[in-house]
Design a protein around this ligand. Structure first.
Ligand SMILES: *[C@@H]1O[C@H](CO)[C@@H](O)[C@H](O)[C@H]1NC(C)=O
Ligand SMILES: *[C@@H]1O[C@H](CO)[C@@H](O)[C@H](O)[C@H]1NC(C)=O
Ligand SMILES: *[C@@H]1O[C@H](CO)[C@@H](O)[C@H](O)[C@H]1NC(C)=O
Length: 331
């Protein structure tokens, strides 16, 4: 056993994996773990689009199936350790069009998933992928709301309302009730001024500040908005920020209480931001895994254990990254 005393072997022992593909800086250094997040048999992924993590730490992915393959899946769930992937809600109702954004919501004591599909389609499902309601087409025939290519929902806790980003379409944020009824309230529209968007790709609730944050991808920024859980008509610009190293941000995710955020950026990296939205670590996903096809990070999220998962677009790839303990990094 004496060989275990050598530092290299200790590193391997602590990591439990030997991919040797490591990225990030400071407190956020991650090692790629190729064994985790195996796609279930029968799936044929064209693009990997969005993550969700439930209250039991299970990991969900929505993906766009390859239309030529006959795959009628689009939603996969793995156990918290990234094992045992299973397809949920298999069938054309959920998988037709282009399944895109996935967002967990807690409503009372129950959890749901909100799906934004680029093909003018919205769904609310159970965590098992059972469809509760679907909506088709723009919320009204107002010409401002065309084209309609929804990208992501935001689901602030304790709210009667969910916020739909029409990121590939009209660049409006439409407010729906949790029952799927349009409230008549829409905000934004195309432009570069504060409160306007150029590909409002995602909207999410930032628990650190209690505001909604819109990932305004082709304006290379995030914009914060004040809102009201009881009124659909409040959506007031609060502030904006840009991280120069994250050129085409796709989403903004938050950890489980430590005050950090994660931003996947389509041109290649995933950034970790501190409480002030300053970049503290950059994992060069396309640089490290580009030879395996992981080129365009489209979503990334922390897991409750501190690890990270990344989903890439064109082609669809997913990766599990174990956060390395500081002691190991120093060896
Ligand atoms: C799929 O959608 C159609 C049309 O809304 C509906 O009639 C059918 O029951 C749905 N099937 C499933 C399995 O949900
Ligand atoms: C939009 O117009 C079409 C065609 O006139 C109509 O069938 C549809 O119900 C309208 N949609 C809404 C949301 O008003
Ligand atoms: C990512 O890695 C690639 C390939 O090594 C390199 O060309 C690129 O500059 C890196 N990007 C960043 C932001 O470090």
């Amino acid at each position: 056993m004496s060989h275990l005393l050598c530092g290299i072997a200790l590193v391997a022992l602590f990591r439990g994996s030997n991919s040797d593909i490591v990225g990030g800086q400071g407190d956020f250094v991650f090692e790629y773990v190729p064994e985790k997040l195996v796609m279930p048999a029968g799936t044929s992924m064209q693009h990997a689009h969005g993550w969700a993590v439930d209250a039991k730490d299970n990991i969900y992915l929505t993906y766009a199936p390859d239309p030529a393959s006959g795959d009628q899946g689009c939603l996969v769930r793995w156990a918290p350790d990234g094992s045992g992937g299973e397809v949920l809600g298999r069938g054309k109702n959920l998988s037709a069009g282009t399944p895109h954004g996935l967002r967990l919501a807690k409503e009372g004591d129950h959890y749901f998933l909100y799906h934004a599909n680029n093909d003018q389609t919205l769904h609310k499902t159970t965590l098992d992928g059972e469809i509760l309601w679907s909506r088709f087409g723009p919320p009204t025939n107002d010409t401002r709301f065309k084209p309609n290519r929804p990208t992501w929902f935001g689901t602030p806790p304790g709210s009667k309302f969910v916020y739909l980003a029409d990121g590939y379409g009209s660049n409006y944020i439409h407010v729906y009730t949790t029952e799927g009824e349009y409230t008549g309230q829409s905000f934004g529209g195309p432009g570069t001024e504060n409160g306007k968007f150029s590909t409002c790709h995602s909207i999410n609730f930032d628990p650190r500040v209690g505001k909604l944050v819109v990932t305004d991808r082709e304006n290379h920024r995030h914009q914060y908005f004040d809102f009201d859980t009881g009124s659909a008509s409040k959506f007031d610009f609060s502030s904006a920020f840009t991280v120069l190293e994250l050129v085409r941000p796709c989403n903004m995710r938050f950890d489980f209480g430590n005050g950090y955020a994660m931003v996947p950026s389509l041109e290649g990296p995933v950034g970790i931001l501190d409480r002030n939205n300053q970049l503290v670590s950059l994992v060069n996903v396309s640089g490290l895994l580009g030879d395996k096809g992981h080129l365009h990070p489209h979503d990334a999220t922390f897991l409750p254990n501190g690890d990270m998962v990344v989903a890439t677009w064109n082609p669809g790839r997913i990766s599990y990254w174990r956060k390395l303990p500081k002691a190991v990094i120093q060896i």
